[in-house]
Design a protein around this ligand. Structure first.
Ligand code: 5GP
Ligand code: ZN
Length: 121
């Protein structure tokens, strides 16, 4: 379900950040997407990029509203540039509880400012 006012979004933490009901440390915003700093950062730069419309995961959003999914990726690049991490940054999408997704509103983690290892944990 993709919408900003449907009952499916009520109680969604990130929908509440979009509406301003819950404050966030915003770093970028446009009509389609919003970027804000993660409350529990896992790197010197750890920014979350979310679509303003609700969808549980980015792949589902891409199927429902491709332009919104592209907007998330474009903002991830914009934030990497403004944070000065374009030489080495990670974009992570946790999809499903088995992958440690805890907030079921699509979001990209943009991480940078430290060395990364591969494979990820
Ligand atoms: P997930 O585990 O779903 O991929 O990522 C959710 C992220 O949201 C976590 O990294 C967590 O630290 C972050 N988070 C949870 N609640 C809040 C909040 O109220 N504000 C902010 N800025 N980040 C949050
Ligand atoms: Zn939501």
């Amino acid at each position: 379900m993709t919408s900003t006012d449907d009952v499916a979004t009520s109680g969604c933490l990130f929908c509440q950040i979009v509406t301003g009901e819950i404050p966030a440390d915003k770093v970028a915003e446009n009509d389609d997407a919003l970027a804000f700093r993660d409350l529990n950062p896992q790197a010197p730069t750890h920014v979350l990029i979310i679509p303003k419309v609700h969808s549980p995961t980015l792949p589902e959003l891409a199927a429902e509203q491709p332009a919104a999914a592209v907007a998330v990726l474009l903002m991830a690049r914009e934030v990497a540039e403004s944070e000065g991490i374009v030489d080495g940054y990670r974009i992570a999408f946790n999809n499903g509880a088995g992958a440690q997704q805890t907030v079921f509103h699509a979001h990209a983690h943009v991480l940078g400012g430290r060395e990364f290892t591969w494979p990820p944990g």
